[in-house]
Design a protein around this ligand. Structure first.
Ligand code: M6R
Length: 608
């Protein structure tokens, strides 16, 4: 999410920063900006849109300053705009800050700072950092930074430049990467190693809680225990192309591996343990109307639609809402009865999907309360809904949805928890769900650590031309998603089915050439899933089973077994989807398909 690059050395900083931003543009591209110290003043430029707009604005500027910080933004708080672009300044134009991450307590900090006379110019969470550092203006820049950060709850990768200290820059890290680049007579830092490699391969990865001071010929690191420490640089072997993907061969694989973080980001600051509920700031303004709602219609397309299908099971389980899920492209053809208090929830990664936008416009005409669950901040959908929740999953570059799908599933659980706790869900159950949610990042990491096993499975099975993906209840939507992944990435025919439907027709297709991927965790539908697997086996069909069972019936029945960690039944789809994504990825890889940009598809479908 977002990109930072900074430089202090002997050369003019401007071209170095612009080139670095271009390397980072894939991380966020709604606006960009930079601040450069020319020895006496700070020059600032910011612009909406991609880096080329910033370049256009700079024109043929020949700024001579040799230190500066730069940022490319992926909006989280405040719509994409010039005033929300980084770097952000304090009241006096002395201190400039570029930030990746989320300051969770920014509202409290901002009100406090405003009471103390600070004047804010943007809607971002980041700006509080500049004003907070300003509060400690009598200290050195690093001390002021350290004192300010003591008051901050949240995550940051941070770069700071001060007019008062032309010979240094300060960077800091908590939860969002900052890497130092050690050159000859120059020191750099960036949120991603790819922005450093044209200048140096000698790098130092800052650890959480550390602050570093960058000077032309040296750097210093302050540990989280406030001690100056030594650390030797390590040498990066990748070239800059590979570095953009942080060593992953494809964005899709990188994004699959970012899922533990996407789950954490979806939950960050949103779980209230004491009350066993979730807090969703974006829904606060409509909380009363939501409380009175009795009927919800979820509209979305593709993977977002499948997340909506899971949302229906979860919302109906935890609340008294009756929930319908409608494909956005079919919404206009339905004569949906909008009862009093109908809420429409649109789910969209991009916030630009034409069918989803058309559906919410129709819902608004009918007087419904319209909410959004969206990843791209400031997208059309966020501007046209009454309220909503952001994924905070960061940019997703691969056409196949992965980390945003998992994030949608997590947030739908949070919405259900938030509404359910206002109804009949007791506090203890709310806390049990929270415990389950908190286990997910590590459990997903565990699945990812076994990707070689899935690669091997995919290699052995990618010669088949047809697949069924079967699940029941919470895992039925994930079966649909698994099949979609295989179709779009590996160009293999795959059908997702509710396992109970097999006997009503599809079973006729089963033979030894038609394998089935079955999601069979030990849960309330386990026995029925085992019967379905038996029916397939009786017709010589091959079965790949995902299961949390160690040695139950399913293990002896299935041809292949991939283990799933145990968690609450309601949360298993969030785990089960990961091996399915990996299976599609490796099947595509073994078949030599174009993975990040599959044929005939686009990341954002802006036509109906
Ligand atoms: O941006 P959206 O979530 O509205 O996109 C909807 C679908 O186009 C999308 O989920 C698509 O199905 C996935 N990219 C498939 O992996």
């Amino acid at each position: 999410m977002c990109g930072i690059v900074c430089y202090i050395g002997r050369q003019p900083a401007l071209p170095i920063l612009v080139e670095g931003l271009k390397r980072l543009e894939y991380r966020g591209y709604d606006s960009s900006g930079l601040a450069i110290h020319n020895g006496s003043e700070v020059q600032l430029v910011r612009e909406l849109g991609p880096i080329r707009n910033l370049e256009r604005k700079l024109g043929s500027s020949q700024w001579s300053g040799t230190s500066g910080i730069a940022h490319t933004r992926w909006a989280t708080h405040g719509a994409p705009s010039e005033e929300n672009a980084h770097p952000h300044g304090d009241c006096r134009g002395e201190i400039y800050v570029a930030h990746n991450g989320i300051i969770e307590n920014y509202r409290e900090l901002k009100s406090d700072l405003e009471r103390r006379g600070h004047c804010f110019r943007s809607q971002t969470d980041t700006e509080v950092l500049a004003h907070l550092i300003e509060e400690f203006q009598d200290s050195s820049l690093e001390e002021a930074t350290q004192q300010a950060l003591e008051r901050v709850i949240g995550t940051y990768g941070l770069a700071i430049l001060s007019r008062k200290f032309p010979d240094k820059l300060v960077v800091a890290r908590r939860g969002s990467p900052i890497i130092l680049g050690i050159g000859a007579g120059e020191t750099l830092a960036a949120s991603d190693v790819s922005a450093l490699l044209r200048h140096t391969r000698k790098v130092i990865y800052l650890q959480d809680g550390e602050i570093a001071v960058l000077e032309q010929d040296r750097f210093r690191i302050l540990s989280h225990q406030q001690k100056w420490i030594r650390r030797s640089p390590e040498t990066v072997e990748w070239d800059s192309e590979a570095a953009e993907m942080q060593g992953y061969p494809h964005f899709m694989l990188k994004e699959i591996h970012e899922q533990p973080e996407a789950i954490q980001n979806a939950m960050r600051g949103r779980l209230l343990w004491e009350e066993g509920t979730a807090k969703l700031g974006g829904l606060e303004a409509v909380a009363d109307r939501l409380r009175q709602a009795r009927h919800m219609i979820i509209v979305s397309c593709g993977s977002s639609y499948f997340a909506g299908l899971l949302g229906r099971y979860v919302l109906e389980r935890l609340t008294s809402l009756s929930v319908e899920v409608e494909l956005a492209s079919e919404f206009r053809y339905r004569k949906l009865n909008f009862r009093k208090g109908t809420v429409v929830l649109a789910i969209s990664q991009s916030g630009e999907t034409a069918d989803t936008l058309a559906a919410i416009r129709e819902a608004k005409r009918k007087g419904a309360l319209v909410l959004g669950l969206v990843n791209v901040v400031g997208s059309t959908l966020t501007r046209e809904t009454d309220a909503g929740v952001y994924n905070h999953a960061g940019p997703e570059i691969g056409v196949a949805s992965t980390k945003t799908f998992i994030s949608q599933m997590v947030i739908l659980h949070l919405i259900a928890l938030f509404l359910g706790r206002q109804q009949e869900v007791p506090i203890a159950e709310g806390q049990r769900i929270q415990e389950g949610l908190q286990k997910l990042p590590d459990q997903v990491r565990h699945i990812l650590s076994r990707q070689d096993r899935i690669s091997d499975l995919a290699r052995r099975y990618c010669g088949y031309h047809h697949f069924f993906y079967l699940g029941r209840k919470y895992n039925y939507p994930v079966a649909l998603e698994g099949a979609l992944k295989l179709k779009e990435i590996a160009y293999l025919h795959a059908e997702g089915y509710a396992a109970g439907e097999m006997k009503h027709g599809p079973l006729a297709l089963i033979d030894e050439e038609f394998p089935s991927v079955c999601i069979v965790p030990r849960d309330s539908s386990y026995e029925k899933m085992v019967s379905n697997v038996q029916e397939i086996k009786a017709r010589r069909g091959k079965v790949i089973a995902l299961t949390s069972e160690q040695d139950g019936d399913i293990c002896s029945l299935a041809d292949e077994v991939f283990p799933l960690p145990s968690n609450l039944e309601i949360l298993t789809p969030i785990l089960a989807v990961v091996p399915l994504q990996l299976f599609a990825y490796y099947a595509a890889l073994h078949r030599g398909c174009e993975i990040d940009r599959p044929r005939n598809l686009a990341k954002s479908v802006t036509v109906e």
